[in-house]
Design a protein around this ligand. Sequence first.
Ligand code: B12
Ligand code: SF4
Length: 467
Amino acid sequence: MKRKILLLTPPLLQTNTPYPATMHLLGWMDAHGIAAEQRDLSIKVVRDLLLEFGDDTTDELLEFLSGSAPPETKREASAAIEDIALRIRDEVDVEFGFARYAEHLCQRVDDFGVVEKLVRRRSVIDRPLAKHLDEAMAEVKPTEVWITCPFPGTLVGAFKIARRLKRKYPKVKTCLGGGYVNTELREMTDRRPLRYFDEFQLDSPIEEPFVAPCYRGIDWSEYFDIVETDNFMTSLWTSGKWVKLVMAQGCYWHRCTFCDVCLPYIGEFRMPSAAAIVDAIEAQSVRRVHFVDEAMPPKLIREVAEEILRRGLEVEWWGNIRFDSAFTPTLVRLMAKSGCIAVSGGLECANDRLLALMKKGITLTSAEKVLRSFRRYGIYVHAYLMYDFPTETKKEQREAERYVKRLAREGLIQSCFWHRFALTVHSPIAAHPEDFGIVVTTPPPRRADRVFARNELDYEYATGGTK
Ligand code: B12
Ligand code: SF4
């Protein structure tokens, strides 16, 4: 039988725009003559559930949220849709969340038994998931199904799909890949997950530095915004239809000591030509681009911006960067001219001693200079911040908070998010905890043949203090 692949996005993910993994895989398969199709089961399941548990106005609300009205007009309708989601969570299935299913239970799951229990347990997503899966199987008639699992909140959904496939379509080969697999399942020895998936793919099968995504099989009108805040920057993640592109593979810096730089998708850096990227933008019906890079390289940004302007394209774009001194006023001006509306980047502990210890390659002075350029040319900034980094004192934390408040007051950042430092297996800190005054306390797995996910580690201060 001729090989044919069905690429699936499992529930549950954000609702405003498709998650880009299967689009990239499909673009690559098309280019290599591999017969394939894709379906986003996440958006279909969410819509069905909202319509089932909503009332006669729900359909209309979803249509409005899917339309092009400005975000600030969508607050009320979003709240009504969120109410339905909360009702489903409170009255039907506690694991249901808008863009995630059972995420908290799958975040540090070293025992596959926990996942399997959730997979077998009846859930509100089961019925719509089965319906749309069967529909896709009937339409595509694949010999293989490739499922992506980018986040912990899609793990149960992915295994539920595989469970049905194994029961109803036993001849079809199943494969799981994606960010969660690439990060958490590298040391998996447990064989129980193999009852569901014939294969677990670590890292991308795509070898080229750039692949243009293909949106065949995606119905843009199904996606709808959820606007929870008036903050423009924060609403970028949950509203608007964005084509998600990866400008360069990996991170051009790949030195930060807290980051998973030992993983190929971060540590192995490859940069394509600007022309290839702009060709991909030009080929899309949606001319709004979210670059989902770890950190877009300034050199490539310059070339892409120049190419966009040379071709006279009207594009709106944003993405993640490092607050690198290479973002000179000239470059930032060029970015704004080519359609860049926002950037996000790590200021981390906002403290020079700690920025040096984490090898971030920036100082507060150098970063602030970059922020001033963004303010000058009207590009919004979201800052990622971190607390509880090893050796950070309470005083340093208070100073950082004051510093960040000043940045916000002066309009140098428009939004920020503080997250607790997490020690992960594939970071330089985990390789040399002694350099950071800590000892890893996560015990080795109880059974060497039962390892499932492994990522975040526990630690203590070497001096006996607590973290
Ligand atoms: C952009 C991004 C975000 C954005 C946008 C998220 C979104 N919903 O679109 C924001 C900032 C909101 C975000 C949030 C979170 N994120 Co995030 N995010 C990323 C980032 C940087 C890029 C994701 C992306 O779009 N990649 C582009 C696509 C094309 O790549 P891909 O999905 O990896 O797919 C490729 C391959 O993996 C492979 N592949 C994929 N699927 C399959 C399937 C098969 C069968 C095969 C063979 C191959 C294959 O081929 C694809 C093409 O090359 C990744 C890191 C990374 N570089 O991937 C982290 C990453 C996915 N995020 C991660 C996490 C943890 C989160 C959060 C849970 C954080 C939190 N605690 O809140 C949330 C969850 C958000 C949610 N529920 O929607 C982790 C996931 C790993 C893990 N530990 O579980 C990652 C890997 C980062 C990390 N190392 O920690 N994130
Ligand atoms: S934290 Fe960001 S800039 Fe630093 S190595 Fe990781 S991806 Fe690159």
